[in-house]
Design a protein around this ligand. Structure first.
Ligand code: C2E
Ligand code: MG
Ligand code: MG
Ligand code: MG
Length: 285
């Protein structure tokens, strides 16, 4: 065994590590070119009012043929490409939202994911304000979402940036809430208005009592702090029914739709109304 670890040290990298590093370099180069050539897309996942089934918003999710967001977003963050990528997603999402509004899909909001790396750029509020102004949108139409773990590590400059965005009238939300160990003191001081319950707690809604208890606790906390709540990762009518019963107003998930290209959004205006009879059937079970 000693011999083996000695050999490892001489080799420096295992085959697996070397393959990972090479792939990372490849993704960086391809992503840089894809951004320049306009090869990325934004897809939109519908967000539904659980009690009426109506489409109330969409979440913008970056799409690229070469890799999943789980692979290319971290590379973009490490290399700084998240700056141009994020600005492009913002410009695209606000332009698409203005187009839906013009077609009568209103009220409708768009949520855009933001990395803390973007908040560290002092020009970020200008990037956001410019996107809104170019699309001629009111700031209340836009929600910027940061993951809970990213927010917990955010420094003073990032928090200052968030406060400026909130003062502009934009909504700021915490993504994947419940997984990032935020202290309640920290939560109280953050300039956020929306909590998005992580999908790991939605999984067992209606089947695991602990998940229902956690979602219930998050809803109480949000209510006490005057925050909006949205649930992500809803896959079954039972979960949707449980959310409605717990008083969680808005949700998104494969039950209604995955993220789809922009031109498919207008057809989704009544998306959740078809799911209601199925939810009602659960109520009778
Ligand atoms: P997120 O913001 O938490 O987005 C939700 C993810 O869950 C999306 O994965 C979505 O496709 C997936 N999802 C939605 N409904 C369901 C469901 O019912 N069940 C399951 N199992 N999954 C569901 P996606 O698109 O692969 O994105 C992954 C993450 O990448 C996002 O997590 C977000 O953190 C990040 N991301 C995506 N686009 C952007 C972007 O433009 N900028 C930044 N900074 N991050 C982005
Ligand atoms: Mg998100
Ligand atoms: Mg999330
Ligand atoms: Mg997530």
């Amino acid at each position: 065994q000693a011999k083996e670890s000695g050999k490892d040290r001489v080799e420096l990298f295992s085959d697996a590590t070397r393959a990972r590093l090479l792939r990372r370099i490849e993704v960086e180069q391809l992503l840089r070119a894809a951004l320049e050539e306009g090869l990325l897309e934004v897809h939109y996942q519908p967000q539904v009012d659980v009690s009426t089934g109506r489409l109330v918003g969409v979440e913008a999710l970056a799409r690229w043929s070469e890799a999943s967001p789980a692979e290319f977003i971290p590379v973009a963050e490490e290399t700084g490409l998240i700056g141009p990528l994020g600005a492009w997603v913002l410009a695209t999402a606000t332009r698409d939202l203005a187009g839906w509004h013009a077609r009568g899909l209103t009220p409708l909001t768009v949520t855009v994911n933001v990395s803390t790396r973007q908040l560290e750029d002092p020009d970020f509020p200008i990037v956001v304000a410019t996107a809104l102004a170019t699309a001629d949108l009111a700031p209340e139409c836009l929600c910027l979402e940061l993951t809970e773990s990213a927010l917990m590590g955010a420094g003073d400059a990032s928090l200052h940036c968030l406060r400026m965005l909130k003062d502009l009238g934009i909504y700021v939300g915490i993504d994947d809430f419940g997984t990032g160990h935020s202290s309640l003191a920290r939560l109280k001081s953050l300039p956020v208005e929306v909590l998005k319950v992580d999908r790991s707690f939605i999984d067992g809604l209606g089947t695991e009592p602990e998940d229902s208890a956690i979602v219930h606790a998050i809803l109480s906390l949000a209510h006490a702090l005057g925050l909006h709540v949205i649930a992500e990762g809803v896959e079954t009518p039972l979960q949707a029914h449980q959310l409605a019963a717990l008083g969680c107003g808005v949700a998104q998930g494969f039950l209604w739709s995955p993220a789809v290209p922009a031109d498919q959004i207008p057809a989704q205006a009544e998306i959740g109304t078809g799911a209601r009879p199925r939810m009602n059937r659960h109520r009778g079970e």
